[in-house]
Design a protein around this ligand. Structure first.
Ligand code: SF4
Ligand code: SF4
Length: 378
């Protein structure tokens, strides 16, 4: 069966332009009224990994959230917004990124995802039991409102990874501890998306992020929105637009293996931006090794084959990374963060969350050697 992904040109966050582009996406599926029923409560889940101003391109832009809120209202349903950021509380983070102001102006409740509830998922391939935000079970439907960004651990973060925000606060670290390998983490995300099953995935690519995302990369104008009812298909197209080997990225590879998307060739692109391609710089992780080495070798050699986090001289010793390092492999010594590499699992949470961009990624000699070998063979 052909899957459909819509792409709409949207060059700026001027509201009238955003509203038109959002309407163009939903129109492909008959409008929001074809996806929700009057009286239903619809949870809009933006990406608020951390409360930073919209121009940093870390969070879903507030005008996108506003446009979808209005679409849901027009369909006679009740929109609410919810998220559990990686750092700080939801209310504070939403204030800083402008989404709280939109909720206030539009008269919409912000769900704080403070409490988790256990949820059995017997069909899960990797995880049979999740612990998810209790607020999820007070709504009828979910729409994922993600940001088009690179991600040092998973290569990209779009609609599918956005649902990791349903894991409440510090519980997120437990998944990094349990699922150290990218393919395992990807399988967990596939399970999570099957369980939550949003009715629509919209990705804000007006200004995305390239390089070492999802927090410390560089804003990149892509000038489009993407959307569709199959999040794996939406993210596949997003990665392809970014110029990445879309089907080889961990989540896409797992989704194709499980048959929850048929792959790029089975996806029909539609809309005013259907031919747009905007090459993004990839993060320095396993990048060119994906698909070039057997997966068992990559899993086995994760420590040697991945770039190591390194603390730079601009570290101010704030200890945020220490607090969030899943295996507690970091301490502050003489006012700077120090990493115990024997315990580091290469999750890059420190790089992601450092407010001073003081964690860089460095390749070890084995990774450099493998990379040179691949170049020599080509
Ligand atoms: S590396 Fe960043 S987060 Fe960690 S202590 Fe230094 S400044 Fe803070
Ligand atoms: S040091 Fe950084 S990359 Fe290593 S485990 Fe801790 S947070 Fe993850």
């Amino acid at each position: 069966m052909t899957e459909k992904v819509a792409l709409a040109v949207c060059e700026t966050y001027w509201y009238a332009e955003v509203e038109k582009a959002v309407a163009e996406l939903f129109a492909v599926w008959g409008g929001v009224s074809a996806l929700v029923s009057p009286g239903e409560t619809v949870l809009l889940k933006p990406n608020i990994v951390e409360g930073l101003p919209p121009e940093r391109a870390v969070t879903t832009h507030p005008e996108i959230v506003r446009a979808v809120i209005r679409q849901v209202k027009q369909a006679g349903a009740k929109p609410v917004v919810g998220e559990s950021p990686g750092v700080s509380g939801t209310r504070k983070a939403a204030e800083r990124c402008g989404i709280w102001a939109v909720c206030q102006e539009e008269g919409v409740e912000l769900l704080l995802f403070e409490e988790a509830t256990p949820v059995a998922f017997p069909d899960g391939k990797m995880i049979k039991k999740f612990s998810l935000a209790k607020d999820l079970y007070s709504v009828d439907k979910v729409i994922s409102l993600a940001k088009m960004k690179t991600h040092t651990f998973m290569d990209i973060t779009g609609g599918v990874k956005n649902l990791f925000g349903f894991i409440v606060g510090a519980d997120k670290a437990q998944f990094h501890l349990r699922l150290k390998c990218r393919s395992e983490f990807a399988a967990m995300l596939v399970d999570l998306n099957q369980l939550v099953a949003p009715i629509f995935y919209l990705v804000d690519g007006v200004v995305g992020m390239e390089g070492n995302g999802p927090r410390n990369g560089i804003p990149k104008q892509a000038g489009l929105l993407l959307g569709g009812t199959n999040g794996f298909a939406v993210d596949l197209v997003m990665a392809d637009v970014m110029g990445f080997p879309a089907e080889k990225l961990p989540v896409a590879a797992e989704a194709i293996r499980q048959g929850v998307t048929a792959g790029l060739s089975a996806i029909e692109r539609t809309g005013s931006a259907r031919n747009v391609k905007v090459p993004f710089v990839r993060p320095r992780n396993l990048e060119s090794l994906d698909g070039r080495l057997p997966s068992w070798f990559v899993s086995f050699g994760q420590q040697q084959l991945t770039a190591r986090p390194a603390i730079e001289s601009n570290c101010v010793g704030c200890s945020r990374c220490v607090r969030h390092c899943p295996p507690q492999a970091m301490v502050i010594k003489e006012g700077k963060a120090v990493i115990d590499y024997s315990r580091c699992i290469r999750c890059y949470c420190c790089q992601e969350l450092c407010p001073h961009n003081a964690v860089s990624l460095r390749e070890g000699f084995i990774l450099r050697g493998v990379r040179r070998g691949i170049r020599w063979l080509r």
